[in-house]
Design a protein around this ligand. Structure first.
Ligand code: HEC
Ligand code: HEC
Ligand code: HEC
Ligand code: HEC
Ligand code: HEC
Ligand code: HEC
Length: 362
């Protein structure tokens, strides 16, 4: 733990210096860094989204590396997928409006398509429907090609046969296709999903570039694309009111970790980088996860497999590496292994959750 103390000390020192520079008293540690407060007004008021291509000419290295990451592939054009047939004409029912039992005929080959999220759902506009963005179809692997099927099959008009329902995709788009919702030329996760709209920065004179865009998105401004906004770590309640650990977002139980609670780490960036994938395609600072830990825990006995446990019953087990780093151990959760959710019934953990998320205490 020697090296940890070093980190703790130097971070502490840095914080004191920063606070002194900003003229804050030490109990105001939540105050955004100077940089962020400065950039907020001009980026938010005037700037619009210009898309990733607009960053490339000056940030070529970051742009090239970014395009090998999962973020940049969050939404892919349908042309990236070899289909077994043509995109069909279909009769769609509006999943966002259950009272509407009148279908709309739409030819998917000429519809306004946004792209495919998680290599599975085709997102598109459906003129005349209630919502702005729908999961109109699902791509299902068939050999090395894909069949196009209904995103959801429901007997909407109660005639005894299943109908092709377009599922509302607005909530999914918030994280999987944020560019669609803000009318950016880049429809998936882009530089601006984290840094905020960039037009003012692009237009700024060379000596005014610094400070004209959010430099450090994770440090403040919780509503402008921090990691946790998409990679939520909070548990949820199931239909019975039981707390369940949230598997979907990839940073499960981060809130409970010593890393998060000690306030001594630069958040997710202590181990990750958003700008470049490692040799294994992961957004980690090192090729081997153990080396990431060794930067601060050299000599500590860390069993990564055990600490970053995966939900043994999750069908997508790769999205569930636990981020509580031992603060919430699987064997202590009180999980019912017969369900695919992870129930949290251990009273000590339930307490921990309710303290962190008062909303869940009711
Ligand atoms: C015309 C060139 C140019 C373009 C285009 C450009 N940048 Fe920059 N960017 C710069 C320069 C120059 C700096 C300042 C470097 C320095 O002084 O440290 C900078 C700095 C930044 C910073 C750090 C800001 C700070 O206050 O430290 C971020 C983040 C950034 N750019 C993101 C982007 C994004 C995202 C885009 C595309 C929307 C973009 N840039 C487009 C030239 C450009
Ligand atoms: C997933 C969120 C995310 C995405 C996407 C992202 N960044 Fe960043 N960027 C950050 C964070 C967080 C920082 C703060 C520095 C750090 O800790 O790495 C940062 C820092 C920067 C900086 C200033 C410091 C440095 O590392 O040079 C520049 C310039 C920058 N980003 C440009 C870009 C460009 C260009 C893109 C798109 C090609 C991009 N970023 C995509 C989160 C992101
Ligand atoms: C709050 C943000 C957020 C919302 C809302 C959201 N997702 Fe996700 N989703 C994510 C993140 C982040 C990941 C990646 C996690 C990882 O890589 O570990 C993900 C992963 C996935 C995966 C990949 C699972 C796998 O193993 O292949 C699927 C499928 C998925 N999401 C579908 C959806 C659908 C459908 C919706 C809308 C009903 C949706 N998501 C809404 C953030 C979100
Ligand atoms: C102390 C180091 C560390 C910190 C801090 C950290 N992570 Fe991770 N994260 C890892 C490691 C190591 C992996 C790879 C786990 C694996 O491959 O099994 C990972 C994997 C992931 C994954 C992919 C999930 C998977 O199972 O493949 C996502 C998404 C993620 N982290 C998001 C985040 C976010 C968001 C934060 C901040 C809230 C964060 N991480 C903070 C170390 C860290
Ligand atoms: C706008 C939403 C959004 C934001 C903001 C965001 N992510 Fe992601 N992230 C995603 C989605 C969506 C995926 C899954 C992409 C896919 O597989 O389709 C993902 C995937 C990842 C992965 C897994 C990649 C892998 O190796 O499998 C990591 C790690 C990750 N994000 C870290 C971060 C970090 C760190 C930040 C903050 C700097 C961040 N993300 C901010 C949406 C977001
Ligand atoms: C940037 C430095 C840094 C990195 C990188 C880092 N840690 Fe930590 N870690 C800390 C600090 C600081 C603490 C909290 C202070 C303490 O408990 O000594 C901590 C605490 C922990 C704890 C709780 C220790 C305890 O005694 O309760 C575990 C477990 C842990 N880290 C595992 C990991 C793993 C696994 C990785 C790699 C995926 C990692 N850490 C990467 C700095 C780091």
């Amino acid at each position: 733990m020697k090296s940890i103390k070093h980190v703790v000390l130097s971070v502490g020192l840095l914080l004191m210096l920063l606070l002194a520079a900003a003229g804050c008293s030490p109990n105001q540690t939540e105050t955004p860094k100077e940089d962020d407060t400065k950039t907020t007004p001009n980026t938010e008021a005037a700037a619009t989204y210009v898309g990733d291509d607009a960053c490339k000419s000056c940030h070529d290295e970051a742009s090239t590396a970014f395009h090998g990451t999962k973020h940049s592939e969050a939404l892919q054009p349908i042309s990236e997928f070899q289909l077994t047939g043509d995109l069909p004409e279909v009769e769609l029912f509006d999943g966002a409006d259950p009272d509407n039992t009148k279908p709309v005929k739409i030819d998917l080959s000429s519809a306004k398509l946004y792209g495919v999220m998680v290599n599975e759902y085709l997102l598109a506009e459906v003129p005349g429907f209630k919502s702005n963005i729908y999961r109109v179809a699902k791509l299902v692997k068939n050999g090395d090609k894909y069949d196009v099927q209904a995103a959801k099959s429901v007997d909407v008009d109660k005639d005894g046969t299943e109908d092709w329902q377009a599922a509302d995709g607005t909530s999914c788009a918030k994280c999987h296709a944020p560019g669609v919702l803000v009318e950016s030329p880049t429809l998936g996760v882009s530089c601006e999903s984290c840094h905020g709209p960039g037009s003012a920065h692009v237009a700024a004179a060379p000596d005014k570039k610094k400070g004209s865009i959010m430099a450090s998105p994770t440090s403040a401004l919780p509503d402008t694309g921090t990691c946790l906004e998409c990679h939520r770590s909070d548990p949820e309640k199931d239909d019975n009111g039981t707390l369940i650990a949230n598997n979907h977002y990839g940073a499960r139980n981060w809130f409970a970790s010593e890393h998060a609670r000690s306030g001594q780490l630069t958040g997710c960036m202590a181990c990750h980088t958003p700008h470049k994938a490692n040799a294994k395609g992961q957004l980690l600072l090192e090729d081997n996860a153990a080396d990431v830990c060794a930067a601060c825990h050299a000599g500590d006995n860390i069993d990564l497999e055990k600490l970053m446990w995966k939900n043994p019953t999750d069908p997508h087990n790769h999205i569930t590496a636990d981020h509580s780093f031992g603060a919430m151990k699987y064997e202590d959760m009180g999980d019912d292994p017969d369900t695919k959710e992870i129930e949290i019934t251990n009273p000590a953990y339930v307490d921990l959750v309710k303290k962190a998320f008062p909303d869940l205490a009711e």
